[in-house]
Write a protein that binds this ligand. Sequence first.
Ligand SMILES: [Zn+2]
Ligand SMILES: [Zn+2]
Length: 685
Amino acid sequence: MINLTSNPKGKWVVTSAWPYVNATPHLGNLIGSTLSADVFARFLRMKGEDVVFVSGSDSHGTPISVEAKRSKVPAKELALKYHNIIKDLHEKWQISFDNYTITHNPTHIEYVKKMYLDIQKNGYVKEKEIESLYCENDNLFLPDRFVEGTCPNCKDDGARGDQCDKCQKILTPLELINPRCAICGNTPVNKKTKHWYLNLPKLQDRLKKLIDENEIIPPNARKMCLNSIEEGLPERAITRDLEWGIPAPFKGAEQKTIYVWFEAVLGYITAVKEWADKIIKEPDRFDSFWKDPNTKTVYFIGKDNIIFHLIVFPGLLIAYNEDKVDSEKLVLPYNVSSTEWLLYENEKLSKSRGIGIWIDEALELAPLDYWRFNLLFNRPETSDTSFLWSEFENNIKTLNDNIGNFIHRTLTFIEKQFNNTIPPKIESVESDIKFIEKINTISLMVGESLQNFKIRKAIRDIVNFGKEGNIFLNERAPWHLIKENKEAAGHVFNICAQAVYALAILLGPFIPDTSEKILSYLNAPKLSELSWDSINDDSIKAGQKIKKPQPLFQKLEIGEVKEEYKKLKEGKPKKGGKELVSYEEFKKLDIRIALIESVEKVPKADKLYKLSIALGDEKRTLVAGLAEQYKADELKGKKIAILANLEPRKLKGILSEGMLLAAVDGKIVSVLTPDKEIPSGAKVE
Ligand SMILES: [Zn+2]
Ligand SMILES: [Zn+2]
């Protein structure tokens, strides 16, 4: 158990996993790392602890360099553009970062280079000439995600050159069975190249000891790490034959960059340095966090990141620290909090298949605090958990019934019957004493769960506390009591007002907007001025004026929200990053040449034509929005390209069995036609 009441207060570096800059995070990313870390950081601040909370965009991943190559926009420009979008979204979600940075920043780049030179000087870097996969079609070495194939461990065909998503095994490209280039699908050849390796075997015993001696890391993480140490840690390449990234500082490695994972984890260090140097301009604060052995560093990550945070990262720190005096050593990880997966309606989230909700979409569908509450209430702490629309509706109902109603009943009664003024206490009866005791102990109970990273239990205990408030009110029935004894009724409402204050504080880390609203009704100071430990049975003094309250939550009309969600998915292209499509995914598309045999206007739809088409011998109907761009007889007899295996859907009552492909630029729409004579039904590939 951590003691959070000692003096001096503890120091904490709270971090969440670095999102890839090329993709907008989805709700699973958010609850797995950022949102959970935010709750923890907010709680620690309310406890008066010294906290710095950092993360940032991981800008040097392979997808961004591929996109840069394709679009001819410099990778740096793309990375910064997407970074700003993600940063802005995190602000909208009220993630209380002290510094949300990007790995492509000078502080990070310089610090990383220096660290690796020290790690080399301390004898943990080996040079090796190796065979590497090379695509002769793209004239490119194929590290990491540039190559796909079959996992040697679980035989899943979607494994990538760095890891198998199915079984979590960390891989090297050469281990893949049937490797293929992720860009063009060609089979690569072997070619010699030189790389610089981290000597993890040399660090193995110390890493095992570190994990063995750390009693608080979660059992699943401990097991995963000890297993991989048991199997023997491999030497892992630090460098890559890639242009985009941090230049490798080793002599002879001038054309190479540092593997993105080997530098992004160091961002936890450099983000604090950047914060100290450039944001608060107190450079000493960096040392006071990272170089104090008593500082606790906590990493909120998805389960796929455990090995990197508990083996590779501390390995780098141990190697770096070796020649340092104690006051210069960087502190080793204190704990990781890793979640299981969040599913969407029992399916795995997938951007390419459009399954899931992204964090920009969510905010267009329901208020922020509804999402924060729902995600935290169902946090996938010990098993994979599904987001279900029906459950979202129920959870908001639970929040409203137990917390919203209790607060609203209490405050409206005080407003109407006691002239906006908290009434005084008189003598307590037995049922009062029980509830008062609960008020006096609830912050300890919820605080203990939070200290132990049991965020789901913490928020559920708060909901139960609201429920107990309602039960207490119903039992004491002050609306009857007031007829004979106004003072006794006032006494009940005084107790309830203390519980309302307690709820405002307890909800602070979880749904801060709601918390501030409750505090404003109570005419209490803002959340940032109040402490977690300020909850007791006399927090709000008799005689204090309150404001007229408004209901805190509305019923979530889930049918309407789902309808909105559907529209979002169909209508708009995704903001922010683009995701790469694998060759396997591309192969699923059945694009064919079709002959337009007849064209009719669709009644009551200005833009639509009903097309009868032939795909070889097969006849089909297609509905296409071309009526404003083409006359019917311009289309008739044309050969066009269509997506033939799109799920059929009804448009204006007509079943459309495929989708016509056209080039679009603003108002110019041009159907794609083959430039040679080719029979209808021919495949486009
Ligand atoms: Zn596998
Ligand atoms: Zn290729």
